[in-house]
Design a protein around this ligand. Structure first.
Ligand code: AGP
Length: 613
């Protein structure tokens, strides 16, 4: 996720901005930049890559006294969403006059229409970003009052924003505002810091003000004036930061994995936002770059991926076949090119990869391209190799995933594939009413996940009972079978417990020989088709002395009675149930690993992106 720092006070703005950006590096980014006020002008320095590259560039470009004189500035680390990570796309962005600079975190959904309107008025754009459009819109609205111009511009914006703005015409102030992307203001002694999260502030002060959605503030070195977008004053209390700088990098969470699990309601909103069409009962995945007519020519969907992404593809397989009357299959990316796949122009090959750099998946993309298939990517990192070499696809917008164990990427991958299935289905036999119903089911996913996250403490209490086991089995049927595989992978990769996922019916074909008194079996017995069969499998396991932890639908007392321990999941569409269920398993794995004192974010032997075969 992008990082924002703004400073106004008595210290050197460039130095404070660089150190603030360094505190935001953990959020993941691919370019950085800053703009400072000096002698009535705005001076900008930007660089692709790390903050250190920006620091080196600024010291190379700027005279030494600039690092001393300027005391007002804004800075940004960019996690690319529109346009690759280049210097020209890096923030800050300027308005047409060059007198106003802006940094932005979020997504402006109507930026294309706004840009067209600005271009018609003679504005010139240099980047591919949505943010540059907002800078020009503010400049276009400026008539001597920066606060008013920002209010007017934001009233025309659809989407999310956390912004900081400075103007050469109004030195000594920063305008900051938020809608959907956090902004926190640090109130120091004769200095004020604006940031996207507290980690950039804590080195200066613990006194902070959190803006609420649609708040806009005028910030000076010794005053903060907060209003709503109608310029009516609002009162926001000053609170005391409750954690130290080290913890602040994780937003107060003990591990990035826990932070990213908790981010899932927001990351899912970002993945879904603007992609459901409630008029047609379909989805809008413009990145697929093709018409319904062309999609109607597709005869098979082949998902390729590795690890967690492979498991996401297995869920996608169920969704596509269930809704689109299309044959779908999943192929392990490492096998794909060596098996000489029978792939052609009527096949849609979907490469699933959070990092967009996994070597095996990239190799599969190249093989599919060679065979003339219709290839697309499902990636989280904008401008990644797989995203570029597929040439089309759908970005997850999950924000950077730092922890090696993939969590929010998986749930966003599944959410996007449900929307793909809806799109393909509506091009075939899926009616508008069916489409509307499923679109509403997808729209409910963030709230379903939030309900599970609120049960984290009770899941932790259950986890403590399984933290000393050395083996575990996960079983599920239908779309919950891949979720069983994913739950087992989460547990094994962060707790080092030997965990295996099986189709519930498969256990009795051999693996049940491993069950003995007390062996834990995590049974995904949500109230969806196949539940009764799974409950039968649970009894087979219990008869061999296994201890059963059941994932069940809220209020399903029949299922609860079959279990030793229970985690309840809200009732929802069978395909949708995969997402809240996996979140429960993510939390279970996290709390077990935490109870075992494991190094959760960087498990032994693992890398976040496997860029070798
Ligand atoms: C999942 O927790 C692991 N980190 C791993 O299986 C990962 O999903 C796999 O390496 C694929 O990575 P990708 O999604 O970046 O291609």
């Amino acid at each position: 996720m992008c990082g924002i720092v703004g400073y106004i006070g008595k210290a050197s703005a460039p130095s404070v901005l660089i150190s603030g950006l360094r505190r935001l590096e953990y959020r993941g980014y691919d370019s950085a930049g800053m703009a400072i006020l000096e002698d009535g002008s705005i001076v900008v320095s930007k660089a692709p890559g790390k903050v250190s590259a920006l620091n080196d560039k600024a010291h190379a470009d700027w005279p030494a006294e600039r690092f001393v004189k300027s005391s007002t500035g804004i800075a940004h680390t960019r996690w690319a969403t529109h346009g690759p990570p280049t210097e020209v796309n890096a923030h800050p962005h300027l308005d047409e006059s060059g007198d106003i600079a802006l940094v932005h975190n979020g997504i402006i959904e109507n930026y294309r229409s706004l840009r067209t309107r600005m271009e018609a008025k003679g504005h010139h754009f240099y980047s591919e970003t949505d943010t540059e459009v907002l800078a020009h819109l503010i400049g276009d609205r400026y008539q001597g009052d920066l606060f008013q111009a920002v209010c007017d511009a934001l009233s025309q914006v659809e989407g999310t924003f956390g912004i900081a703005v400075i103007s050469a015409k109004e030195p000594g102030k920063i305008i900051t505002a938020r809608r959907g992307s956090p902004i926190v203001i640090g109130v120091g002694e004769g200095e004020t810091i604006v940031a996207s999260d507290a980690s950039a502030i804590i080195a200066h002060t613990r006194q902070v003000i959190y803006l609420e959605d649609n708040d806009i503030a005028v910030v000076t070195a010794d005053h903060v004036d907060i209003r709503d977008l109608h310029q009516i004053p609002v009162a926001r209390e000053v609170s005391e930061l409750g954690f130290d700088a080290a913890a602040a990098e994780k937003g107060g969470f003990a591990h990035f994995m826990l932070k990213e699990i908790h981010e899932q309601p927001d990351s899912l909103r970002n993945a879904i936002r603007g992609r459901l069409d409630f008029n047609l009962g379909s989805s809008v995945l413009s990145g697929m770059g093709t018409s319904q007519r062309d999609l109607a020519e597709i005869q098979r969907v082949v998902f390729v991926g590795c690890g967690t992404s492979l498991h996401a593809g297995l869920v996608g397989e169920y969704a596509i076949e269930d809704m689109a009357d299309l044959h779908a299959e999943v192929q392990q990316a490492a096998e794909f090119r060596y098996r000489n796949p029978i792939i052609g122009s009527r096949d849609l090959v979907v490469a699933i990869s959070q990092s967009g750099e996994t070597a095996d998946t990239l190799a599969a993309v190249r093989e599919a391209n060679q065979k003339g298939a219709f290839v697309m990517g499902l990636c989280n990192v904008v401008g990644s190799t797989i995203a570029r070499e597929t040439g089309r696809g759908v970005y997850l917008h999950a924000g950077p995933e730092i922890s090696v164990a993939s969590t929010k990427a998986f749930t966003c991958q599944v959410a996007v594939m449900l929307m793909m299935a809806l799109k393909l289905g509506r091009g075939r036999r899926f009616s508008r009413d069916e489409g509307m119903k499923f679109a509403r089911a997808i729209e409910s996913i963030p709230e379903l996940v939030q309900k599970v996250i609120e049960r984290s403490d009770s899941i932790a209490a259950i986890a403590a009972k399984y933290a000393n086991d050395e083996h575990a089995f996960f079983i599920g049927r239908g779309p919950l079978y891949p979720v069983a595989l994913e739950g087992a992978l989460k547990l094994k990769e962060i707790s080092y417990i030997h965990a295996e996922g099986y189709h519930a019916a498969e256990l009795k074909h051999g693996p049940i020989a491993l069950l003995q008194e007390g062996t834990p079996v995590i049974a995904l017995a949500n109230d969806i088709p196949g539940k009764d069969k799974t409950l039968g499998n649970v009894e087979e396991c219990r008869a061999r002395g296994a201890r059963i932890l059941g994932i069940v639908t809220e209020g399903d007392h029949e299922a609860m009675e079959a279990m030793d321990d229970v985690i309840e999941i809200p009732a929802c569409h069978p395909l949708v149930s995969t997402i809240p269920t996996v979140v429960a398993l993510q939390l279970l794995a996290y709390h077990i690993a935490n109870a075992r004192g494991c190094e959760i974010d960087q498990p032994r032997n693992l890398a976040k992106s496997v860029t070798v075969e």
